[in-house]
Design a protein around this ligand. Sequence first.
Ligand code: CP
Length: 311
Amino acid sequence: MAFNPKHILGIKDLSAEDINFILDTAAGFKEINTREIKKVPTLRGKTIINLFFEASTRTRTSFEIAGKRLSADTVNISASGSSVVKGETLEDTAKNIEAMHPDIIVMRHSASGACDYLAERLDCSVVNAGDGMHEHPSQALLDAFTIREHKGSIAGLTVAIVGDITHSRVVRSNIYCLNKLGAKVRIAGPATMLPPGIERLGCTVHTRLEDAIRDANVVMMLRIQRERMGATLIPTVREYARYYGLNGNKLELAKSDAIVMHPGPINRGVELSTAIADGPQNVILDQVENGVAVRMALLYLVAGGEKLKTE
Ligand code: CP
């Protein structure tokens, strides 16, 4: 089966076969990243624009590295360095960029649905690098890749996701992805950070961290997204850390071989104690490493995949 989507906008519309195809493609690319010469000619002649309207360390850097390792020409544009600060609209910005004939635009934006909006209006491919509180598909795929690497397969696992669920695009993409791959998903957070109806996406909902992580195979901790909070949703960060931060005692409730994940950036001492953030069960830097291979796979597949070899 070949999978060559025009765009990658979210996990919701992908099938389990599509997801496994992406993960298998990423597995093929991973080895390139440890070679002495980390470059293959696969996307030579392709132009990729990374259009980031929100801050990013991991996603922007790894999409850029992924493109460069596949020999594409990559250009980075941030909101602060673009004419957005002069009042240009998203559509005008994107249309002007498209006039320069890029093959792929990778975009992060604070508005949920911004990537779908662009995809409907542009001829080039659009890859969602995180849109508001909607989806972060490449994060969920690198998370699935990392779980599969550590656990062998995802079907039958119990994955607990804890933190600011309301504001998290990572949790939405992960619920879709993990359900499609056969995992059971539990989410936990303060009631003020649990959006009504989230269980309809395919998860059980808990207000106590302990209930979510008991016997879990994977514990995924999320950051409090202060930049997206309007009113204060927690009394104090200290109190949040006491009830929803992961430390050694709480992690003992999970399976003894449970892995601890976090999409980053970490607030040390808030959602993770330093002992856990640096401890033997954490796979956080594996997630970052795998992000490059997964993003190589996404760029390759939207650019045409196998068809590239015959062009
Ligand atoms: N996980 C993630 O999206 O990190 P960045 O915000 O640094 O890209």
